[in-house]
Design a protein around this ligand. Structure first.
Ligand SMILES: [Zn+2]
Length: 242
């Protein structure tokens, strides 16, 4: 097998639904891409259970959003929408992707929240990352454990460990979310359930502004890391205290 032909990425974001990463870490993916890194997204479901749009329609929208986010790779697994389960079978599906793409950093959803798919995707993703590094787990591909896992915490009511400045990418991130026309463009069906586009814009930018203010920039995306950060030089700490 020609290893050179494998599509590797530096950073892989794993999320439950198509359009999740566009809301929680799309700006960060754009920023990393602008630094010359390769980024990818693994959506666990295909959106067949949604009120609006079919899985095929959402697949086309996800591909369009991938272009706007300048991703090197994006695929969706076939886990049932609304029924993401942390099973061994599903962990192995993630292991197969990790061993193919070999990301150094993995972004997962935060591990607590309202939607069961979101918090299940978090533990499922974590356990997939762990299993992927086990030499004795034979899948036909070389074991790979990501160096770092961070949790996108935009919708979690927690204090982030750090935030990424997405000021230069905020409009582009919003455009990637609006690629999901079946979900977000103003329309009649499901009107009581779905908020209009103007409202989503205001929410998206208000949240980004909130996290930006915490770190002294205009717009930012928040993340939680479980590990304590190691600092070599106090003179290089990035954010002013007052
Ligand atoms: Zn979601």
């Amino acid at each position: 097998m020609n290893v050179e032909s494998f599509p590797t990425v530096d950073i892989l974001a794993i999320a439950a639904h198509r359009d999740d990463v566009e809301q929680t870490c799309g700006g960060t993916l754009l920023r990393m891409q602008s630094l010359g890194l390769k980024t990818g997204v693994l959506d666990l479901t295909r959106g067949e259970g949604g009120t609006r749009g079919t899985a095929e329609e959402r697949g086309r929208e996800a591909a369009q959003a991938a272009g706007i986010l300048k991703l090197s790779w994006r695929e969706a697994l076939d886990l049932p929408d609304g029924r993401v389960e942390n099973s061994y079978e599903n962990r192995i599906k993630i292991v197969n992707v990790l061993r193919l793409l070999r990301p150094r950093v993995v972004i997962l959803p935060y591990w607590a929240g309202r939607h069961p798919d979101h918090y299940t995707a978090s533990t499922l993703g974590y356990e997939g990352c762990f299993l992927s590094g086990l030499a004795k787990l034979e899948t036909g591909a070389t074991p790979h454990r990501p160096f770092k896992i961070v949790y996108a915490s935009l919708y979690a009511d927690v204090r982030p460990s750090f935030a990424v400045d997405i000021t230069a990418f905020a409009e582009q991130r919003f455009a990637s979310l609006m690629a999901y026309r079946s979900q977000y463009v103003n329309q009649e069906s499901g009107g009581a359930l779905f908020v209009p586009e103007e409202e989503i814009r205001e929410r998206t930018f208000a949240l980004a502004r909130h996290y930006g203010m915490l770190v002294g920039v205009r717009y930012a995306e928040p993340f939680v890391q479980k590990e304590v950060g190691l600092i070599e030089d106090l003179m290089l700490l990035p954010v002013a205290s007052m």
